[in-house]
Every structure is written in C-alpha cells, then in structure tokens.
Design a protein around this ligand. Structure first.
Ligand code: C2E
Ligand code: CA
Ligand code: CA
Length: 873
C-alpha cells in the first residue's frame, strides 16, 4: 500500500489535526467560540506548567495576555531593528507585527512570546487556534534556569536580554527597580523604544545595536529615561552572544545607574579643581552651570548673587542671552519676583513648573517666555548664618516638576556653590586682615593708599583742600624697652583710639608701622589743620596708665597740604615725614608743616648718598692720621686714622656727616673695610721705610661689628700686609655695647683673641655700665673731647674727667684723652694720671705724607722714656 493511501486510510481528520498540532514546537491552544481551551499541545502544556486537564476549559484570557504596545514616545530616529529586513521576517515565520503576549503559568510565573492566531473550520465547527511562539525558543528564559533568574533579580543593575533584532526577551527585577518598567512593558520591544528620550544620544545607541561579530563587549554611557520620564545616566554594557545553532545572536545588556558618579565627577574633577586653582567666583559659577548642562542637557542653569541691598546680581548664566541677565540685574528680592527673587526672599526652594501660569512670574514672564523658558526651579544658597548669598536656577524649555535626578543634581550643585561662596567670603576676609593692622584695627598702609586715593580724587574734582599728617610717637623705643612689648602694645592701641577720637569724623587714620601713624584730613586747609594738630597733640599728652606706670606720651607731627605740597598720597606722606623729622629735631611734642627747604635738604641728602656710593667705588676718599702722644714727653704712642672726603661739588664733607649717611645707606661695611685696608697698607709702608709707628687706631662703626665676618677679615688684612695683630687698635663706641647682642660679643671676643686691641671711643658720653665694661676685652678708653674742652671752665667736666681716668686706672685700662688743645688741659690730665692724649696741641689730623714728616721730625730721643704701667689685656 502506498504510504499516502495508508495515511489516508488511518486518518480521522480530527486525529490528523491533533497529531500535527502535537508535533509543533510552538505552543498551540485551540479554543471554542467562547474562547475556552478545548485542546493544547505538549509545547503549550510545558509552557503553562500544568496538566492538560487543568488547562482545558479555562478561558484563554486567564492564560495568554496581550502586552500593551507601550505608552512611551518612540523617537523617530530610533531604528526599529528588523524592520525592513524581509528576508529575516520570512525566515522567522513572523513579521514584526506579531503582537507580544505573556503566558501566565500555573506556578505564577510568566513566559513571553508572540502570538499568531488563526481560525480553523472542522466540519461545522469554527475553532480559533492560537500559536504562541516563545520570544525566542533558543534564548534564555526565566524558567529555563530558575536559579539564574533568582540571581539576576538580586542584581542592582538592570539586565536585559535581547534577541537578534534587539527585541527584549528578558528583563530582571533590578530593571524594574531602577527604571520602573515591568517586564511586560518591555518584552518584545527594543531598549531604544522604551528608554530613549529627549536628550538621549541616539547615535551612540545605534552603534551599540549594530550587529557585531560575537562575542564582543561594548560599554557606553548614556542618558536614558525611566518610566515617568525622569532621566538618569547609565553605563550600558552590551555582550553579544552567538547561539550554538549559529546565525542567531543574543545580546545581554547590563545598565548600571551612574548618575551619582556623573554628578560627583562634575563636583570633583572640574569644579573643585577650579576652586583649588583660585579661580574667581564668577568663573567657578560659570563652570558649575556648564557642567550641570552637560550632565542634564534639558537644564539651562544660572546663578544670581544676592547683594547687600538684597538685589539680584547675575553671576553666571552661560546658556542664557546676556540681555536676559541684564534685565534681572538689580531686581530687589521679593515674594513674587520670579523663581529666584522669591527663593531669595523666602530662603527656600521655589519650584515653578509652569512659568506661564505661575502668579510669582506675573511681572516677569514676558522676559522668559519669548526665550522659550517654560519652567524654572530656584534654590537658595545660604551662608552659615542663614543669609541667602545667591540662587541657583534650573530653567527648562518644557513644563516640568523636579525628579530624583535633578533633585540630586541640585543638591550637589547647591553645596558646590555654597562652598565656592564660602571660599570667596574667606578670601575676602583674609584680604581684610591683609588691609588692617591687627594690633590697633586701623587700616594699614595699603588700605590707606586706596582710601586716600579716593579722597584725593574727590578733593581734586571739588577743588577742595586736604592735609596729610605723619604722627610719630616720641621716645617710643624707650617706653617699649622699659615696659616690655605688651606695655608698648597697650600704648599703641591707646594712641590709635586717641587719634580716631580727635582726628575728626571724616578723617582717615592708619598705622604705617611701629609707632608711625598717618592721618588724612579731607577738606582741611592750613588753618583747620593747625587746629587739628593742636587738638591731637593735646590728646596725646593725656597721662596714660600702663600696668603700674603712669606715662605721659607725646608725638611729633609732620604735616603736608594738598595741593600745594603735592598731589599723590605717596608724595604727601613723604613731605609729612620730612616735616615730622623737623618737629623731632625742634624738640618733639609739636607739629611742623612741610617746607620746600626740607625737601632740598632731603634731596641733597639723596644726592650726597649717591655721590658717596660713587666715591667708595672710585676710591675718592682718603685718609688722615692724627698722632696720639704721651702727655709727659710728646713721644708718639700711635696714630688714629680719620677718613676724609673731598667732593668736587659738595666740597669737604666731614665724616660726622657722611659716616652716618653711609650707615643709613648700608655702605658702612664697605667704608670701614676700605679704611682698614688702606690703613694697614700705609702702616706697612711706613714700617718698610723705617718709620716706627707703634700702633694704628681705626674707627669701626657699630654696624660693621654686626658683620660676623669682621674678625676673619681683620685677620686676613693684617696677614696680607705682614703686620702683627698688636699693631692694630679698633675703636668702637659705647653704643655698641648697649646692644646686648651675642653675635657682636662673639665678634669682639674673636678680634681680641687674635691679639688686636680694642679701644672704647667717646667714653663718658654713653651709658655703658661699669660692670659691663669689665666683662669686655677692651684695653683702652678714650676720654671724650667734650670733657677735655671744658676742663678749664667747668668744674663738673673736671670731676667727670677725673672719674673716667680713675675708672680706667682701676680697670687697668690705658686712657687716651681726645681734643687736647692747650697746655693747661695737658697739665690737668697729667695731674689726674692720664698719660696719653690726642689733639690740636700735638697735631691736627694729617695726610700720609705730612704724618710721615711729623713723625720724622719727632724722632724719639735715643733714651727711651719709661712706658706707662698698663698691662695689655
Ligand atoms: P672720633 O673718632 O671721636 O674722632 C675724633 C674727632 O675729633 C675727629 O673728627 C678729629 O678731627 C677731631 N679732633 C682731633 N683733635 C681735635 C682737637 O684738638 N679739637 C677738636 N675740637 N677736635 C679734634 P673728624 O675727623 O671730623 O671725625 C669725626 C668722627 O667721624 C670721628 O670721631 C669718628 O667717629 C668718625 N670717623 C672718622 N673717620 C672714620 C672712619 O674711618 N671710620 C668710621 N667708622 N668713622 C670715622
Ligand atoms: Ca675715634
Ligand atoms: Ca672720639
């Protein structure tokens, strides 16, 4: 029997139909006219997870449910995978139009697939046949590996499995948690259909979806939208898998929420960096706005500062037209001043989701609506004390309410803005500290400069007078030394108070340094300034108690006038300072107006200083030598070297004039070294010539003793000229010893240790204590010429001279009297036990040749006079 016939012969048409359905790999449900299941095949039975008996008779709707087409707007540009690919449509046996369904299982689970429906007529019966093609028979399904499904659901990331057409066949519970979509919302659709939105980068997604040779992992960051439309940043990892059968591809897409990371990236990388780099506040705000717009492209961000008068001041709005910001500039905050003015007024966030309708925008919507701005949320940025410093606004082009993403962004940005404002505030405070004297609270010189600049400008414009006063306390150093630093500080604070109290309301009072203050009196002409000067001096003189001491402070004041003396603060201050020195010189506790002569004096001083610099450089100085002799017989004891300067323009400049100048100008070290060098050279030359000069005395300034290299330099100079150390005497002044300086003491000791002798010059004029003198390695005292000159006329001078001589004697020091001009003085000194002298009586200071002549003419007699009985220390 041919097969065909055999088949026909056994076939009951029902049986045949049943058999063929049974073989189908897709699930088949046959329904009656009422929609009740009257037959299901083995695949359908497996799909439902129930016995046939349990299923037959159920209404199909309790088993198979069509999935909605989805309520999400599908961007036009998003490609529909598979669409237009006819070949594949045929191969799969379904087009893209097959509706997606879910099959409810007996165990409560769901399976997803596509539904094909047909009607079959069997005799007079019309039966509906539902064919459910599993979304991908070969693909992974929740039920294939229940354990995996449980695991997948535990993952926080959203996991999607897509088929070759990028249709979703599976989603985990994490996706529902992250994006709010249930599996039935997504299965059968493409991720792009569901998740893309207004600002999604579709090109990137398209690249992601392009067919790839499997396996391949790709990663992308994308802005997607959750159910309800709130955006979030995700990192999408796509793994393309080839099924073992070949041809069919699957993809696993894992989405991780990186919104927080993205916002912190903004915070850390750029904005904090900008702050660390000390970018100005507007630049930091601009950057915050730009970063917000990058992370949340639907936002147009702006920051408005709230100034001290509670007015809005645009700070940054990089995406808004400048005209818009300009229109907001200066608006006072208030209860109905748009979103920002209101937020600043309330100190609370103001969310206006519809500018067109919100009453708070009634007066301002005409500014915003034409720019397409539809919503504006504004958040106040507050200082620690609750003050609103600024507002941060998020504008949108559509009506909208805040969502989690934007909320998070606002929080991050608001704290960033707050930080930036606080830093700015701190910088300003530091600048303030920088401008005020911390002791008295008065403006310092730099602030004075700026404030006085404004006053001068105003005076110039108004043609008004102005005076500058330079106030210097009298004998402050003495008070500071005797009362200690804290006493000095108290005095300075008190002086500051008195100056403020008596300078007049419009006056500017500043502390320049130490005990120097400056006052600028706007509108004050000569007459008014005299009154002010008298008032200030009187105020200063009020006795002041510091600790247990009562002090009567006083000040010397120099005054300069605008515009007659000068027209810049610097110059006026300079003139006032010169006048102050004049006041000091005239006896202190008084004021002096600047005069042009003072300026000449000062200018001459400057000219002299530069001439001295040149003279030192060009060796235009020369030396004089003045003999020191034994008073008894006039024999040479030594020579004192005295420096001389004859300048072509200034003439003979006495050392009393240029030595202090050299000290002030920092030239004294050079000068003293030069004199030492030339003195030693001269002594060596005389000794070579056979002129016996016992010692040479060189004057060394206190400032040179402060140079720690002096001892070495002295030793080197002596060595260079082959001179023994005892041939040299260095004359130093008492003032040096007042400075209780360990460095100076060490230098003096080192010089003494070499065998160079030290002489105390001008003895009796200073205040050195005898106890102190005893500790010093001094071998000689020079009785100051002021005592010697008055010996005949003044009993007190005689007493003092005798006392000095006795001191020297008791300390076993040689005493040399200076300025001996006549025989009476010589006799008196001798009678008091002073053995050496120097003065016009013996010789004036002489140049080297004359000194040599003087020495030759006074060759000592062959019989040497007895040396004075003074041990050399
Ligand atoms: P000094 O060290 O006390 O020098 C003595 C001053 O008295 C010299 O004035 C000298 O010319 C003067 N003199 C000498 N004999 C008589 C006299 O009989 N009667 C009167 N009335 N005066 C007499 P000079 O040369 O003008 O020097 C003044 C001061 O300049 C010196 O006082 C010294 O302190 C300083 N000086 C001079 N040369 C140097 C130097 O090379 N280096 C340093 N650092 N200072 C020097
Ligand atoms: Ca001297
Ligand atoms: Ca002297």
């Amino acid at each position: 029997m041919p097969d065909r016939d055999k088949a026909l012969s056994i076939a009951d048409p029902h049986q045949l139909f049943r058999n063929s359905l049974e073989q189908a790999t897709d699930a088949v449900f046959v329904l009656n006219a009422d929609g009740q299941v009257i037959f299901l095949n083995a695949a359908a039975q497996a799909l439902c997870g129930a016995s046939r008996a349990e299923v037959i008779g159920l209404h199909v709707d309790t088993l198979v449910q069509r999935l909605p087409d989805g309520g999400h707007a599908t961007p036009e540009a998003c490609p529909q995978p598979g669409r237009g690919n006819d070949e594949r449509d045929e191969r799969d046996g379904r087009g893209d139009r097959l509706p997606a369904v879910q099959v409810l299982r007996a165990d409560g689970g769901k399976r997803f697939g596509f539904l094909a429906e047909s009607a079959t007529t069997l005799g007079d019966l019309t039966l509906r046949t539902l064919l459910v093609k599993l979304s991908d028979a070969a693909g992974p399904c929740r039920d294939d590996h229940p354990l995996l499904a449980v695991i997948a659901d535990e993952i926080d990331s959203a996991v999607l499995v897509v088929d070759a057409d990028w249709r979703i066949v599976y989603v985990n519970a994490g996706l529902t948690r992250m994006l709010g979509y249930a599996p039935e919302d997504m299965v059968g659709r493409t991720p792009c259909d569901v998740l893309a939105g207004e600002f999604t980068d579709l090109a990137a997604l398209r690249r992601l979806q392009a067919p790839h040779p499997a396996p391949l992992v790709e990663r992308h960051e994308a802005l997607i939208y959750a159910r309800g439309g709130s955006p979030l940043w995700v990192s999408a990892t796509v793994r393309h898998l080839a099924s073992t059968g070949g041809g069919h591809h699957h993809g696993i897409v894992i989405l991780s929420d990186i919104t927080q990371k993205k916002t912190y990236e903004l915070l850390q990388r750029k904005v904090l960096h900008a702050m660390v780099m000390e970018q100005p506040l507007p630049a930091v705000m601009e950057l915050i706005c730009q970063e917000v717009q990058r992370v949340a492209p639907s936002v147009i961000a702006s920051v408005l500062r709230v100034d001290a008068e509670r007015r809005l001041r645009p700070l940054a709005a990089p995406a808004l037209p400048p005209e818009y910001s300009a229109m907001l500039d200066g608006l006072p905050v208030g209860p109905t001043v748009g979103s920002c003015g209101t937020a600043a007024w309330l100190g609370e966030p103001v969310v206006v989701s519809d500018i067109a309708a919100d009453p708070r925008w009634a007066d301002y919507r005409h500014l915003a609506l034409p720019l397409g701005l539809a919503a504006c949320w504004s958040y106040p940025i507050k200082a620690g004390d609750g003050r609103v410093l600024a507002t941060l606004a998020f504008y949108f082009r559509r009506v909208c309410e805040p969502d989690a993403f934007h909320q998070q962004l606002v929080e991050v940005c608001a704290s960033l803005c707050k930080l930036a404002f606080e830093r700015d505030d701190a910088a300003e405070r530091i600048q303030q500290l920088d401008q005020y004297d911390s002791l008295t609270g008065l403006p310092n010189r730099s602030l004075l400069q700026r404030q006085a600049g404004k006053l001068l400008l105003a005076a110039r414009q108004a043609g008004a007078a102005l005076s500058v006063l330079f106030v210097d306390l009298d004998r402050f150093k003495y008070i500071n030394d005797s009362l200690g630093h804290s006493g000095g500080d108290k005095m300075l604070r008190e002086v500051a108070k008195r100056l403020i109290a008596h300078a007049g309301e419009s006056a500017l009072v500043a502390r320049l340094s130490g005990d120097e203050f400056a006052l600028v009196l706007p509108g004050s002409d000569r007459t008014r300034t005299i009154a002010a000067g008298q008032r200030l001096l009187a105020a200063m003189r009020q006795p002041l108690r510091i600790d247990h001491a009562s002090i009567a402070p006083s000040a010397s004041i120099g005054i300069s006038l605008f515009p007659s003396d000068g027209d810049t603060l610097d110059y006026l201050l300079h003139c006032a300072e010169m006048a102050m020195y004049d006041a000091k010189a005239a006896g202190r506790n008084l004021f002096r107006f600047f005069s042009i002569e003072m300026n000449w004096a000062a200018q001459e001083r400057l000219a002299l200083e530069s001439a001295l610099r040149d003279a030192l450089l060009n060796e235009e100085l020369h030396l004089n030598f003045q003999p020191q002799v034994f008073l008894r017989d006039g024999r040479l004891y030594g020579l004192e070297v005295l420096v001389r300067w004859h300048h072509p323009h200034f003439g003979k400049v006495p050392p009393d004039r240029f030595v202090p100048l050299a000290e002030d100008a920092g030239l004294i070290g050079t000068l003293d070294r030069w004199v030492l060098e030339r003195s030693c050279a001269q002594l060596a030359a005389w000794r070579r010539e056979g002129i016996p000069v016992p010692t040479i005395s060189v004057n060394i300034s206190p400032a040179s003793f402060r140079d720690p290299a002096l001892a070495t330099h002295v030793a080197e100079t002596l060595a260079r000229h082959g001179l023994p150390a005892h041939a040299l005497v260095l004359e130093m002044t008492e003032g040096l010893l007042m400075e209780d300086d360990a460095g100076i003491a060490a230098t003096v000791a080192a010089i003494h240790a070499q065998g160079v002798r030290l002489s105390m010059d001008d003895f009796g004029t200073g205040y050195s204590s005898l106890g102190y003198l005893r500790q010093l390695p001094v071998h000689q005292l020079k009785l100051d010429k002021s005592f010697v000159i008055d010996l005949e006329s003044d009993a007190a001078a005689r007493e003092l001279a005798s006392a000095v001589i006795r001191i020297g004697d008791s300390l076993k020091l040689a005493v040399v009297a200076e300025g001996v001009e006549n025989e009476a003085q010589r006799q008196f000194l001798l009678s008091q036990g002073c053995h050496m002298g120097q003065g016009y009586l013996f010789s004036r200071p002489l140049d080297a040749d004359a000194a040599a002549q003087w020495m030759k003419s006074r060759r000592p007699p062959e019989r040497a006079a007895p040396l004075p009985n003074h041990s050399l220390r």
